[in-house]
Design a protein around this ligand. Structure first.
Ligand code: ADP
Ligand code: MG
Length: 475
């Protein structure tokens, strides 16, 4: 039997802020356990939470970037349960009126556009991390109290590729907005995956199974694929899928039952009495909105439609915000879009890849590159020289202006000078001219090479080639 697959994601992302969600303890990645901890996160008696306003603003920014409705008041609720990674006995979260609801994110899945609906996005605090050993467990409270944003999609994803395209696009929104580094290798982005199967064409969704805390995109892919296969087999055998939570084990590439939804705890949510709700006013909304940069999807469309750049190149340009801004700045410098795209996607992206660097590590600024391209346009240096200048500037960290000056680079575009050089070379090689006329066409390239050698590569290439043709044909 054929089935329709439905996937819904709950994505947790640790935010980048100076301090924790409700305490002045530092929020910074640290491999030394229990280094960034404070009395408030550890729930010492008598302590009270202080709301981190930076985190609040960033959560509103993400809500707006995901086209969500933002409420008039910011509320925090308590989610009550006991676990050693949560010393207070409750997690502060947003249950009844989260910072964003009813949003969407448009993205590309291959070449097609997909709108992924966002049920809600809410702000909460992360828990400590636990490492279990055979007879004991270790607790690290560094993560306890780190501001966390949870984005919940509607069950509107219908393939592994759509789920992964969404995760990648969401990750880029976090990074573009500077809300999170969203590094999966540091556990900054983790995901609960819900999967259900229904007979093809069915109007109702099947029973979902939830897989908790998957920490890498590869594991999301594997977990979904193996859960689809497991459910398919169960349905084929006439079994009924139970709503349950399963654990994905990446060493065995299998999911294991953890608990049934029937065993779900009642968290007894209520508004945290220690954090009075506060107004999110219009001026705060507009201040935050103004700081949202043009996002990936918007930029790809602009580059394709306005600049006629291919989807492939546009995708390379928006890989990160700095790269896109580097390109935008070339355009602002009145460099032709295709030329700018060519430089960034080949020379610059190539150099970054080869040396495992990022745009911000480059010595050659976008303004400097614009200067080089303009020098070519003005005929001051050749395209070949420009490449040389750029390479040198990148590796030796010297300004293109100085390089051009110190290497005495200029392009010779004067007919008489080039002709003079060509005539003297031809005069010295009568034998080769004969061979050329007898059909050895590579002699032509030899002469071009001689001109370039004598002029140290400064002769205008197209003029050299046409004058050489004229002169050699005369003989
Ligand atoms: P809970 O709070 O118990 O996890 P929610 O109703 O908030 O339950 O749903 C959580 C996630 O499950 C959401 O991402 C949603 O899209 C997804 N989901 C809900 N129903 C289905 C379904 N039938 N198939 C797949 N995913 C689903
Ligand atoms: Mg859930």
């Amino acid at each position: 039997m054929e089935y329709d697959v439905t996937i819904g994601l709950e994505v947790h992302c640790e935010m980048k802020t100076n301090t924790k969600m409700f305490s002045p303890a530092l929020n910074s990645y640290n491999t030394i356990p229990n280094f960034n901890i404070g009395e408030i996160d550890l729930a010492f008696p008598g302590t009270l939470p202080q709301v981190n306003f930076e985190a609040v603003k960033k959560s509103i920014m993400m809500a707006l970037a995901l086209n969500c409705k933002v409420p008039n008041y910011m509320y925090f609720d308590r989610k009550n349960y006991y676990y050693p990674d949560l010393p207070k006995g409750y997690q502060v979260t947003q249950a009844h009126d989260p910072v964003g609801t009813n949003g969407y994110l448009d993205l590309f899945v291959g070449d097609t556009v997909k709108r992924v609906y966002i049920h809600d996005i809410h702000l909460e605090e992360d828990t400590a991390s636990l490492d279990h050993y055979s007879t004991y467990s270790l607790l690290d409270y560094n993560r306890c109290g780190v501001p966390l944003l949870e984005t919940v999609t509607e069950p509107c994803l219908h393939s592994v590729d759509e789920a992964l395209a969404f995760l990648d696009a969401l990750r880029k929104v976090f990074i573009y907005c500077d809300v999170s580094e969203a590094r999966t290798d540091r556990g900054q982005m983790r995901c609960d995956v819900n999967v259900s199967l229904a007979p093809k064409g069915s109007k109702t969704l099947g029973t979902r199974v939830e897989m908790k805390n998957i920490n890498s995109f590869v594991n999301v892919r594997n977990a979904i694929e193996c859960e689809i296969a497991r459910q398919k087999e169960a349905l084929e055998n006439g079994e009924v899928i139970e709503q349950e939570t399963r654990r994905y084990d990446d060493t065995e590439c299998k999911t294991f039952r953890m608990r049934s939804k029937a065993d779900a705890v009642d968290y007894k949510y209520f508004i945290d009495p220690n954090i009075p709700p506060f107004k999110i006013n219009e001026s705060l909304i507009s201040e935050v909105k103004a700081r949202i940069p043009a996002l990936q999807f918007e930029r790809i469309n602009k580059y394709m439609n306005e600049y006629e750049i291919s989807k492939y190149d546009a995708t390379v340009l928006v890989k990160d915000r700095e790269m896109a801004e580097y390109f935008d700045n070339l355009i602002a410098n009145e460099i032709d879009a295709k030329t700018a795209c060519n430089w960034v996607t080949t020379v610059i992206a190539g150099y970054l890849n080869k040396n495992d660097l990022e745009i911000k590590d480059l010595y050659l600024t976008s303004d400097m590159l614009a200067y080089v391209i303009k020098s070519v346009n003005k005929g001051d240096i050749s395209g070949k020289q420009a490449k040389e200048v750029v390479e040198k500037s990148l590796t030796e960290k010297k300004s293109p202006k100085d390089i051009i000056k110190s290497m005495g680079m200029k392009q010779i575009s004067d007919d008489a000078t080039i002709r003079g050089i060509i005539v003297s070379i031809l005069d010295a090689h009568q034998d080769l001219i004969n061979e050329y006329h007898n059909g050895r066409s590579n002699v032509f390239d030899f002469f071009i090479g001689q001109v370039m050698k004598q002029t140290r590569g400064q002769a205008n290439p197209s003029m050299t080639s046409s004058i050489l043709k004229e002169e050699i044909d005369k003989r």
